[in-house]
Design a protein around this ligand. Sequence first.
Ligand SMILES: NC(=O)c1ccc[n+]([C@@H]2O[C@H](COP(=O)([O-])OP(=O)(O)OC[C@H]3O[C@@H](n4cnc5c(N)ncnc54)[C@H](OP(=O)(O)O)[C@@H]3O)[C@@H](O)[C@H]2O)c1
Length: 169
Amino acid sequence: MDLIVAADRNCAIGKKGDLLYSLPEDMKYFRAKTLGKTVVMGQRTLESFPGGKPLPKRTNVVISDDPAFTPDGVVIVRSFAELFAEIAKYPADEVMLIGGGSLYNALPDYCTRAYVTLIDAETEGADTFIPDFSRREGWSLESVSEPLETGGYTIRFAVYLNHNVKIFA
Ligand SMILES: NC(=O)c1ccc[n+]([C@@H]2O[C@H](COP(=O)([O-])OP(=O)(O)OC[C@H]3O[C@@H](n4cnc5c(N)ncnc54)[C@H](OP(=O)(O)O)[C@@H]3O)[C@@H](O)[C@H]2O)c1
């Protein structure tokens, strides 16, 4: 499994259930990296999509412990044990963790790569953050793109590699 996320200078990724920035080039990158794959997310990330609908052309796996939450078009899992059993059905390099904060913080070390869009900005009042992969033990920077401008911000696409991937037990 890999993860993909867009984070600002403070490792902030969200505020009040929404994204912090609108970045068309990052949306394209996210689409290219996830199309045809299995995307894993928490309930609140699914709810943040337009109409609360799953992402098309991808298998959407959603973790939620709310028995009343039974959306159409997604595979629901109720625990990490169920999540790990579900994603074991797919090739590891075709599973992408796409958020949100709870899963990026609970599961990063099960991921081989972190595709992190680095946004050269900061926003007051952000309430959701990711680990800082540039300082995380066992991780190193594999590549980073040239800066590019999108939506009024400068971004770079970084890839961090985990040298000690945890195995689902
Ligand atoms: N910038 C980015 O790239 C990016 C990407 C995705 C999301 N986001 C942002 O991140 C924010 C959402 O993140 P979030 O942390 O609030 O929510 P989240 O991780 O998307 O979803 C949390 C939900 O998942 C459930 N869950 C988590 N772990 C579970 C487990 N082990 N077993 C059962 N259920 C589990 C939680 O249940 P409980 O509440 O019962 O624990 C909760 O309902 C939004 O602001 C969104 O826009 C940003």
